[in-house]
Design a protein. Structure first.
Length: 140
């Protein structure tokens, strides 16, 4: 199930010609299992169907990085993004992280609004070369 939803997310956000999609679309079952072992993955369900994902990776004893928040277009506007981020934050707290970081596209005002409503603030110099802003939240 995870692989199908992840590939659907990549197709929706990046397209099938994107290098990330092309790489992950060739993953074997063993590679998908390794991804699930090495990174926490949270799924949102709507009417018994997976419609959203967010990943979390513990980068160090004190830092967790959130990535790839995605919701199926038909599932947007139901508060599921917030629910996914909250689940990942709870996981980070359970791992005794001090700080949770993420990057978000500068023009993704909806996602930025979700993150800011949960207390994330921009950090660093602002926008990076990929038109993303880094954000962080202290969870202790």
């Amino acid at each position: 199930m995870f692989a199908t939803v992840r590939l659907r997310a990549l197709t929706d956000t990046l397209g099938v010609d994107d290098p990330q999609y092309r790489q992950e679309s060739t993953f074997t079952a063993a590679q998908w299992r390794r991804r699930l072992r090495e990174h926490a993955q949270f799924a949102a369900m709507l009417d018994g169907r997976p419609v959203g994902l967010i990943g979390a990776q513990q980068e160090s004893a004190e830092n967790v990085y959130l990535y790839s928040l995605w919701l199926d277009p038909a599932a947007r506007g139901h508060g599921l993004a917030r629910t996914l981020v909250e689940a990942a934050l709870e996981w980070a707290r359970g791992r005794h992280a001090r700080v949770v970081t993420l990057r978000v596209a500068v023009d993704n005002t909806v996602a930025r609004g979700v993150y800011e409503s949960l207390g994330f603030t921009p950090v660093g110099e602002g926008v990076n070369a990929r038109d993303e802003v880094s954000m962080s939240l202290s969870v202790r």
